[in-house]
Design a protein around this ligand. Structure first.
Ligand code: NAP
Length: 252
């Protein structure tokens, strides 16, 4: 794509909490052109007609776990590059889509968290897990969130598991007197999801070793925190020829 050409952007979920911030961000950047919202709650024909009208280069998606997979399939069929913030895709869906996008040579970005601080939190946690393999993740979000654990916690867990020697933590005979008390098991360590009004998006990764603990914490206190990452992904995706999972792959 020519350097001086504006990137045409449509947004799915433009009226939502993240979508509204994304519209403001796109409209405030002279390098981007907001061509309007897209609502995919119609037949494939209707949705494709709307895409044809808008002619976007990039589809930004902040909708729901229920719709995001279809959006990625539609974008692939139409040659539109997706920048996906919606969480809830399964590991199998991401693997399948990655293969399909690679075959088509089409760029895309799926990022469970667009905040730079959250990416650093994941990276630091993966570094620490190599030396302190006893770890638990606590993620905390507003109570309108549909999926649990958060996409960020899943990505953090994947990165930790890649650098940590597998180990089943806790007492071998531990029992829950209330189901779920110990959180979800991921590769032998636990993930806990907190949902409360007043929260935005927060994560703490706790490590324990003999006589010491380490806490790595990130707090998104406003949804503006995600927008520099969304902006970076929109500009990067037009030059990509594959689907990238995680903003960290776009950072130097
Ligand atoms: P939200 O406020 O509920 O917004 C979702 C919006 O999507 C709603 O306006 C909804 O419209 C709309 N929508 C639903 N289905 C649609 C479809 N098929 N086509 C077009 N629009 C559709 O949710 P949110 O807090 O903005 O979060 C959205 C997603 O982003 C969630 O999955 C969340 O986990 C994720 N998220 C990601 C990041 C990140 O950095 N990657 C950060 C925060 C949140 P109606 O209200 O009319 O139903």
């Amino acid at each position: 794509m020519a350097e001086d050409k504006q990137i045409r952007v449509t947004i799915a979920g433009a009226n939502g909490r993240m979508g509204q911030e994304a519209v403001k961000m796109v409209q405030g950047d002279p390098g981007l052109l907001y061509v309007g919202p897209i609502d995919t709650r119609g037949t494939d024909e209707e949705v494709k007609a709307r895409f044809a009208q808008l002619q976007p280069d990039v589809l930004v998606d902040f909708t729901t776990p229920q719709h995001v997979y279809r959006h990625l399939q539609l974008a692939l069929q139409l040659g539109i590059r997706p920048v996906v913030g919606t969480t809830g895709l399964t590991a199998e869906q991401i693997a399948e889509l990655t293969e399909q996008y690679k075959t088509a040579g089409l760029g895309g970005v799926i990022a469970p968290n667009f905040a730079i601080g959250a990416i650093l939190c994941m990276k630091f946690a993966a570094m620490a897990a190599k030396y302190m393999p006893h770890v638990e993740i606590i993620e905390l979000h507003h109570d309108r969130k549909l999926d649990a654990p958060s996409g960020t916690a899943i990505k953090t867990a994947e990165m930790i598991a890649a650098s940590r020697n597998t180990l089943r933590q806790g007492h071998p005979d531990e029992e829950e007197s209330i189901a779920g008390a110990r959180g979800a098991d991921y590769d032998g360590f636990r993930i806990h999801s907190v949902r409360l009004p007043g929260l935005v998006a927060h994560q703490e990764v706790l490590f324990g070793a003999t006589g010491q603990t380490l806490s790595i914490r990130h707090d998104s206190i406003s949804r503006e925190s995600f927008m520099p990452g969304v902006n970076m992904a929109i500009k990067a995706v037009v030059n990509l020829e594959q689907l990238v999972y995680g903003l960290e792959h776009l950072l130097d």
